[in-house]
Structures are given as structure tokens and as C-alpha cells.
Design a protein around this ligand. Structure first.
Ligand SMILES: CN1c2c(nc(N)[nH]c2=O)NC[C@@H]1CNc1ccc(C(=O)N[C@@H](CCC(=O)N[C@@H](CCC(=O)N[C@@H](CCC(=O)O)C(=O)O)C(=O)O)C(=O)O)cc1
Ligand SMILES: N[C@@H](CCS)C(=O)O
Ligand SMILES: [Zn+2]
Length: 767
């Protein structure tokens, strides 16, 4: 029996990679530092896994920005617009790579970044490959080979990880009409063959090919592509151990296809889809190995050893020990690095900490499970089993988890809880009368730059070198500056800037009961950006108001409307580590009631416009269409519960970024927010078509500029986008705003861009 890790976090346990990249981008350190930090992290990760006894240690799971972008660069899928990137010969590839990820606005060039979107149902974002009609591929970057060689030099023969050819193509987007991306397979396979040939020559014996699309609904053509791809690879490499990795769901109707593809090992996610084991045991051909994804890569709870042992025993009884591997359910990219770094009991109590495992602990769990299911070694690990059983028991029986009042409040939800008093058409009139906003009203999505300085105040508050009053004073000054500046440039609906928030989810989690935190549990969200998801361990309620103080303060500074700014229940759920002892829907409803209380409090304090952000509603969608409706029913209801406690005159906004709306537009409409602001600029307003086709009745703010890139847009391009929007949406319904919050941007670029944006709105009004 072997153990395998599908991928390890690559940001470094102290976010070293983030710091190196950001410093390189800022021009405060050189490219050599980035490369050296990357090298150190890879070495640490490999050695950690080796020391913990992992049999199959991944390589090429490292990335300086994103693994999908790495593949695009490896395969030479580089959009033409980057040809002109001004490059220095000795680090050309790195600059080109970052230009593709972040756009390029230097040396007289102004090139937009590639699109970014969510990685399946996670909070990780990948850079979408761009495919063109006559797309060719060639081996451009040798990253996977270099990293295999690097590990080999350290005495570790790794298992290179590649996104499989079919999933790579399906992750991409056709940028012009007239072809089907899946037909590019014939052009792409030769590059895989070249890569595998070189890896094999260097001594690679196992190759992990990630094919997560096998847990999604596939067309016949896509199924055929799987057969073509793997038959070809098998033909050329009869002796390589090809590991086909699936994760995030069940194979279902693709189970036979996956079982029959000519690979040596099939990896399946038994955390998300334990029910598929029985059928797999019967259908997996004799010569194949089954890799059991048992250790959860998507959550932070300790593995339940007794449960896992039972599954391993079931598999080995049917298949024999040689044909069963024990693995993480998916890459540990989605787990924080190391629970041992959580030393502050005031943040994470010992009682809750004993229930948890981060990436390093999960790797150790694999080895322990292997020992526990091996007759000769089982006694060596019996203490670990006893400790594990004790921890599971402690969690199941802890008084921290259940709260009768919360359960009663949920039980007492009635039909009126998710209904505004009147339909939008009536509310709209009342709101127009009450608010009297201009056409093409301008606003921003909430956050203003979270500068190093602002973050440093919070760090100082934590360390005690600033007291609460001093910290509050600094935040108040920053807020006032932001309010004054918004007034000055003529924005219509203002925001307070969210300076007091570490993160839009963590901030609320910190104030809600039933949540706890880590100090260092960072997980990569995109590029160098990380989040520290709060941990929901028990019933959720709001002990006291969460945003009133700063919203009231900001409103007191201005006679313009100040938007109340909240994160919605689905997003709080989706971007937290959640309980696995009750359905997600139950936790979401509890959060919805807490947010509803806050919305009502804001209204009572005189706030007339309240935004409830739900950027994660799309990403929470199950991967299989058959499960969508059930999810959408409870998710939309949770949003409506949070939004429906107010008078019709109060305008409820929601905001979503990174979302494809086509197939869920009726549910977006059912959320019935008075105004929805969405991310649309990187796709040149393409995403708006769903709203247009649906004849979406409520108001919409299509993002007019991309906030994920440092490039400053000009007025004319925003006018063009707004004109494009006005072609498909009645102009009375349109708002003008950026794609998302501005927390990741600097003040200089923010100011320039928003001044242009306000001008663009004026131009539209005068048209
Ligand atoms: C809108 N998005 C979000 C997603 N998920 C979330 N949970 N939150 C989101 O906002 N998913 C989709 C998108 C993804 N986008 C982003 C955008 C920006 C970030 C980001 O900027 N992350 C920050 C970390 C934010 C944070 O929690 N900061 C804390 C801690 C700051 C810190 O590191 N402090 C240092 C010391 C600093 C100093 O001394 O100067 C320390 O403690 O060591 C805070 O502000 O208090 C990032 O830096 O990556 C993420 C996702
Ligand atoms: N209000 C948040 C939404 C981000 S999705 C912000 O502005 O950052
Ligand atoms: Zn957003």
C-alpha cells in the first residue's frame, strides 16, 4: 500500500512567496529573490513530505502564480498581445508569465491581463487559457522537467503533476468563433508526449494527470476525447505509471469511462463522494490500483481514523493491499500549511485545535493510516489511533457546538422572512422618490486600498504596540479621507472603505459566535493574494451589531448616501471552513439570520442603501447540474432571509464577481436585490448578455474596469463598455462601478481610475 499527496500548499508557511512576488512587482527586490524563495519552498515541501514518510511526493505542484497559467506557458499557449512585452534576456520568462497574469503597463506598453476565474467550487482562482482558431502548442517552458530535476538533485524522486490534456482544454476559453476547443487535443497531445518522454528519461516513474472534469457532466465528444488522449499516452508510454486523478465530486456516469481509461491508477475523492467506492470496487479492472482520497484537502477537521480504516479495509478486502493507495482527497493547496504555527490559545483554544489538521498534519495522517492498516505496523500507531478517537469523541459531545436559541430561531422562520413587502416594480418607485439618484449613478463596491500602512496598524494592534483607541483613531482618519475624496470627485453613493476589515469574511466571522480563527492559516486565493478562512465549529449567532459603529461614523461625515456594507450568508459559508457535522444549508440559514439582524440595525440607524455581497454564490454551485436546484433553493432563500427585514424604501444591493450567470440567471433574479453590481470588464461586458436575454428587471451595475490588474483604464474605454451595456440593458437600469472592491489596489491608480469612471458616467448622462 502506498501513500500519495496530490499537491502541497506553495505559498510557504509564512507566506514567503507572496512577500517575494509583491516585492518584485513593486521593484523593491530582484527576480533572483523570487526564484530563490520558490526554490526554498519547493525544497521545504519535498523534504517535509519525505520526512513524514509519504511514498509519492508531488512536484510541479508549485507555482509562482497559478498552475493553469504554468501549463499555458509550458504549452506555449501565449496570446499574441504579449509578444511585445519588454523583456530582459535573463528573466524574460518570469516577466512574460507575470504579464499574462497581471497585465503589463510599462515601457510604453499597455496590455491587459488574461481572464481569471474560479477553480471549480473553490475560492482559488486560475488564469483562463485563451484559445484561438489556429491554436498550436509547443514546449515553451520546461518547468515540470526543471522541478523534477531539482528534486532529484535533492535525492527525491517525485511524482510530477500535470493537469491532464482534456481538463486543460476544458479549463480554457475559445476567444474567437469557428472552432471547438476540444478539437485542439490533437495539437496538444504531442507536447504531453514530449514532456513525458523527457521526464521518463530523467527517471520519473509515476505521473499524476489531474482530470477533475471527470466529476462533471461531460458531452459524448468530451468522453471520446478522454479515450483518445489516454490511449495515445498509453501507447507511447506503456511502462510509466499513469495516475488519473479525479477530485471534488463523484464520477457517477463517468465512472465506467474513468475505470476503463488505460492508466495504472485511478484516484477518487472519497471525502466528497464516499458513495462511489462500492461501484468502483466492482468495476475497476484487475490490473489497476485505486487511490482512496480519504484525507480532506478542502477542510481543516482531523481525519476520522476509525471511519477511514473501515473504508481502507473494505477496499483492500476486495482488491488486495497492492491495489489500494491512501491519499489526500485533492491537492492540499486549499488547506492552510501547519497547525503547529497556531500557538495563541486566546485565538484558537486547545479544545477546538485538537479537532483540527492543516496540510502538514494531513500528510502525517496519511502515514498513520498506512501504519494502522498494516498488520505489522499497526501497534506502532495505536496511541495515535487512541488520541484520534478521543478527539473525535470530544468534538461530537462538546457543549461548545449546540445553541438552543439558534435552533429555535431557525425553526421559527416563516414564509414572510424571505419576502420584501412589495415587488421590485413598486419598491423601485418608492426608492427613486426616497433617494433621488441620477441616471448612471456612480458607486464603488466597498473597499478602498488596504495599504501596507493600514494593515500595519492592525498588526500593531495585535502585537499591542497600538491600543484600541489609537487604532480606531487611525481608521477614522483613513475613513474620513476616503469619504472626503469620494465627495470631491463626485461619486453618487459613497462607501466607508472597509479599512477596519482584515477580510470581508474573516471580519464578520470574528464577530459571530460559532466561529473561531487561526493566526496563520493562510490559503492562496489568487496569485500572491491569500485569505485566512474563519472556522465554523458551532451554531452561529450575532451577539451584537457588527458594522454599525463604522457605518454610522462614515455617514455622519457626509450628506451623501453611505452604503452599509455586509457580506452575505452564502459567501460567509463558502469562504469559511465549515462544519462537517450538519448540512451546509443549515449553517447558511443560521448565518442568514445573523446578517438579517445587522441589516435591520443599519436601517434603523438611518442607512438607506445596504449592500449584501454574495460573490461566492456561483462558486457554491454543485459541480453536477442535477444538484443545482436544491443548492440554489436554499442559497437564494438564505440571501432573501438576510435582505427582507427592511422597508421597501431601503435599497438592497448585492455584488458578485467572477461569475458566469447564464445558467443561473433565474436564481440571481430570484434573489431580488434592488441593485446588483457584477464583474464584467475582463469579458468586455459579455457576462451582461445573460441579464439582457433574461430581461432582468432590477437595476445593474456592470463593472467598467478590472480591479485585479494595476493598469489604469481611461474614460473612453469605460464609455465604450457602458455603451455596449446600454445596447442590451435599458439605460435607466444601469449603474456605473468598478468590477469589485479596490482593496488590492494602490491609491494612485485608484484615484486616477475613479476620476475617469465618474467622467465616463457624466458622458453617458449627456449622451
Ligand atoms: C473578493 N475576494 C475575496 C475572496 N475570499 C475572501 N475571503 N475575501 C475576499 O476578499 N475570494 C474572492 C476574492 C479574492 N480576492 C482577494 C483579494 C484580496 C485578498 C487580499 O488582499 N488578501 C490579503 C490578506 C488580507 C488579510 O486578511 N489581511 C490581514 C492580515 C494582514 C497581514 O498579513 N498582516 C501582516 C503584517 C502586515 C504589516 O505589518 O504591514 C501579518 O500579520 O504578518 C489584515 O489586514 O489585518 C493578502 O495580503 O493576501 C485576498 C483575496
Ligand atoms: N465589499 C467587498 C466585495 C468584494 S467581493 C469589497 O469591496 O472588497
Ligand atoms: Zn467582488
Amino acid at each position: 500500500m502506498q501513500t500519495q499527496v496530490l499537491g502541497y500548499p506553495r505559498i510557504g508557511s509564512q507566506r514567503e512567496l507572496k512577500k517575494a512576488c509583491e516585492s518584485y512587482w513593486a521593484g523593491t527586490s530582484g527576480y533572483k529573490n523570487v526564484l530563490q524563495v520558490g526554490k526554498n519552498i519547493r525544497q521545504q515541501n519535498w523534504e517535509l513530505q519525505k520526512n513524514l514518510g509519504v511514498d509519492l511526493i508531488p512536484s510541479n505542484d508549485f507555482s509562482y502564480y497559478d498552475q493553469v497559467l504554468d501549463h499555458s506557458l509550458m504549452f506555449g499557449a501565449i496570446p499574441q498581445r504579449y509578444n511585445a512585452v519588454a523583456i530582459q534576456p535573463d528573466h524574460a520568462e518570469l516577466d512574460l508569465y507575470f504579464a499574462m497574469a497581471r497585465g503589463y503597463q510599462r515601457n510604453g506598453l499597455d496590455i491587459i491581463a488574461m481572464e481569471m476565474t474560479k477553480w471549480f467550487d473553490t475560492n482559488y482562482h486560475y488564469i483562463v487559457p485563451e484559445f484561438y482558431k489556429n491554436q498550436t502548442f509547443n514546449l515553451f517552458s520546461t518547468k515540470v522537467i526543471d522541478e523534477f530535476y531539482e528534486a532529484k538533485q535533492l535525492g527525491i524522486i517525485t511524482k510530477p503533476v500535470l493537469i491532464g490534456p482534456v481538463s486543460y482544454l476544458l479549463l480554457g476559453k475559445e476567444k474567437e468563433a469557428g472552432f471547438d476547443k476540444i478539437d485542439l487535443l490533437k495539437n496538444l497531445l504531442p507536447v504531453y508526449i514530449e514532456l513525458l518522454t523527457r521526464l521518463k528519461a530523467l527517471g520519473a516513474t509515476h505521473i499524476q494527470l489531474d482530470e477533475p472534469f471527470l466529476v462533471l457532466d461531460l458531452s459524448e465528444k468530451e468522453k471520446q476525447a478522454y479515450q483518445t488522449a489516454y490511449q495515445q499516452l498509453r501507447k507511447v508510454f506503456p511502462e510509466l505509471n499513469l495516475i488519473l486523478a479525479t477530485y471534488f465530486g463523484a464520477l457517477e456516469d463517468n465512472l465506467e469511462l474513468a475505470c476503463d481509461l488505460p492508466v495504472n491508477t485511478l484516484h477518487v475523492d472519497l471525502v466528497r463522494a464516499p458513495q462511489q467506492l462500492e461501484e468502483l470496487i466492482h468495476k475497476l479492472p484487475q490490473e489497476k490500483t485505486l487511490s482512496l482520497g480519504l484525507v480532506d484537502g478542502r477542510n481543516i477537521w482531523k481525519n476520522d481514523f476509525e471511519n477511514s480504516i473501515a473504508i481502507i479495509n473494505q477496499a483492500t478486502a476486495a482488491l488486495g493491499k497492492e491495489r489500494v493507495w491512501i491519499a489526500t482527497s485533492c491537492s492540499l493547496l486549499h488547506s492552510p500549511c501547519d497547525l503547529d504555527n497556531e500557538k495563541n490559545e486566546a485565538v484558537l483554544t486547545a479544545e477546538i485545535k485538537q479537532w483540527m489538521a492543516f496540510a502538514k498534519q494531513k500528510v502525517a495522517e496519511l502515514t498513520t493510516l498506512k501504519q494502522l492498516t498494516n498488520n505489522e505496523e499497526a501497534t506502532l500507531a495505536k496511541d495515535k489511533l487512541a488520541q484520534n478517537v478521543k478527539a473525535q469523541q470530544s468534538r461530537k459531545t462538546s457543549p461548545l457546538i449546540h445553541n438552543e436559541k439558534v435552533k429555535n430561531d431557525v425553526a421559527n422562520i416563516t414564509e414572510s422572512h424571505d419576502q420584501r413587502s412589495n415587488a421590485f416594480a413598486k419598491r423601485r418607485i418608492l426608492q427613486q422618490e426616497a433617494l433621488n439618484l441620477p441616471s448612471f449613478a456612480t458607486t464603488t463596491i466597498g473597499s478602498f486600498p488596504q495599504t501596507t500602512e493600514v494593515r500595519s496598524w492592525r498588526a500593531k494592534l495585535k502585537k499591542g504596540s497600538l491600543n484600541q483607541a489609537q487604532y480606531d483613531q487611525l481608521i477614522a482618519i483613513e475613513t474620513e479621507k476616503a469619504v472626503r475624496w469620494q465627495e470631491e470627485i463626485g461619486l453618487d453613493v459613497l462607501v466607508h472603505g472597509e479599512f477596519e476589515r482584515n477580510d470581508m469574511v474573516e471580519y464578520f466571522g470574528e464577530q459571530l459566535s460559532g466561529f473561531t480563527f487561526s493566526q496563520n492559516g493562510w490559503v492562496q486565493s489568487y496569485g500572491s493574494r491569500c485569505v485566512k478562512p474563519p472556522i465554523i465549529y458551532g451554531d452561529v449567532y450575532r451577539p451584537e451589531a457588527m458594522t454599525l459603529k463604522w457605518t454610522n461614523y462614515a455617514q455622519s461625515l457626509t450628506s451623501k448616501y453611505m452604503k452599509g456594507m455586509l457580506t452575505g450568508p452564502v459567501t460567509i459559508l463558502q469562504w469559511s471552513f465549515v462544519r462537517n457535522d450538519q448540512p451546509r444549508a443549515a449553517t447558511c440559514t443560521q448565518i442568514a439570520l445573523a446578517i438579517r439582524d445587522e441589516v435591520v440595525d443599519l436601517e434603523q440607524a438611518g442607512i438607506k442603501i445596504i449592500q449584501i455581497d454574495e460573490p461566492a454564490i456561483r462558486e457554491g454551485l454543485p459541480l453536477r447540474k442535477a444538484e443545482w436546484q436544491n443548492y440554489l433553493d436554499w442559497a437564494v432563500k438564505a440571501f432573501r432571509i438576510s435582505a427582507s427585514g427592511v422597508q421597501d424604501e431601503t435599497q438592497i444591493h448585492t455584488h458578485m464577481c467572477y461569475s458566469e450567470f447564464n445558467d443561473i440567471i433565474d436564481s440571481i433574479a430570484a434573489m431580488d436585490a434592488d441593485v446588483i453590481t457584477i464583474e464584467t470588464s475582463r469579458s468586455q461586458m459579455e457576462l451582461l448578455n445573460a441579464f439582457a436575454d433574461f430581461k432582468y428587471p432590477n437595476e445593474i451595475g456592470p463593472g467598467v474596469y478590472d480591479i485585479h490588474s494595476p493598469r489604469v483604464p481611461n474614460k473612453d474605454e469605460m464609455v465604450e463598455l457602458l455603451k455596449k451595456a446600454a445596447l442590451v440593458i435599458p439605460k435607466e437600469q444601469l449603474w456605473v462601478n468598478p468590477d469589485c472592491g479596490l482593496k488590492t489596489r494602490g491609491w494612485d491608480e485608484t484615484k486616477k481610475a475613479l476620476i475617469e469612471m465618474v467622467e465616463a458616467a457624466k458622458t453617458m448622462r449627456n449622451n
